[in-house]
Design a protein around this ligand. Structure first.
Ligand code: NYM
Ligand code: MG
Length: 227
């Protein structure tokens, strides 16, 4: 059982138990300001405190050269055709696929803030074809679980003032949410939907419950690819 982050459990014993076991790929998805960053960081801290090797990641990774161009696009200092930025977001994931694979196989759990589904949701919300958007994601590592933080339409309106980045407009976010809903029903076997409007502590404990069941279950399963 995972202990609250203030109780630290031994690591050598856990390391021994873990030999030959892989880490889990856990992805957080949802609209902007749905609480992904808060919840994913809390999960990372909890796993760390329990001696479980874990690495936080987030997409887009703005540090690579493609990531820097994506950042210029998001901060409106650069314009690009919708198709081009879409493929750049995907390439930004492909740049890291080998590192992710190695980490998982050496037993590290990856907690990822946004992944392929954000790629599809934001581009499809602009009107690009859904299947076209999904195509470049095929072959990337398939998450073991996606935690979808679903914000209600009311919430998106009440949270009101978004930041200055591209896409941060209530009406656009509503459309993004519709695409996430569609993906969530298609991929129901490994997507877990949470009400993002509930208190952060409740949400955290629901996420912990699922993670607790997930880690031992996937540890001996081979990695799968998005297809
Ligand atoms: N975004 C993110 C996409 O449009 N496609 C993608 O593939 C990914 C990973 O980038 N508004 C968008 C969603 C966000 C923006 O992400 C920046 P964040 O998590 O707000 O920094
Ligand atoms: Mg954002």
């Amino acid at each position: 059982m995972l202990q609250p982050s203030y109780i630290v459990i031994t690591t050598p014993a856990i390391d021994k138990m873990r030999a030959g076991k892989r880490g889990a790929l856990i992805v957080f998805e949802g609209c902007d300001r749905s609480g992904k960053t808060t919840q994913s960081s809390r999960l990372v801290e909890l796993l760390k405190a329990n001696g479980i090797p874990v690495l936080p990641m987030n997409f887009p990774d703005r540090s690579s050269s493609i990531g820097k161009d994506i950042n210029s696009y998001l901060t409106n200092s650069k314009d690009l055709p919708d198709e081009v930025i879409h493929l750049m977001f995907s390439a930004n994931r492909w740049e890291l696929v080998n590192q992710m694979k190695n980490k998982l196989l050496e037993g590290t759990t990856l907690i990822v803030d946004r992944y392929s589904y954000s790629g599809v949701a934001y581009s499809a919300a602009k009107g690009l074809n859904f299947d076209w958007c999904y195509a470049p994601e095929r072959g990337l590592i398939k998450p073991d679980a996606v935690f979808y933080l679903k914000a209600s339409a009311d919430d998106l309106t009440n949270r009101g003032k978004y930041g200055e980045e591209r896409y941060e407009k209530v009406e656009f976010q509503r459309r993004v949410g519709e695409v996430f809903d569609r993906i969530c029903s298609k991929e129901a076997s490994y997507w877990h939907q949470f009400n993002a409007s509930q208190p952060a502590d409740n949400l955290h404990s629901q996420i912990v419950t699922i993670t607790e069941e997930l880690l031992p279950k996937v540890a001996t399963q081979p990695l799968d690819k998005l297809s």
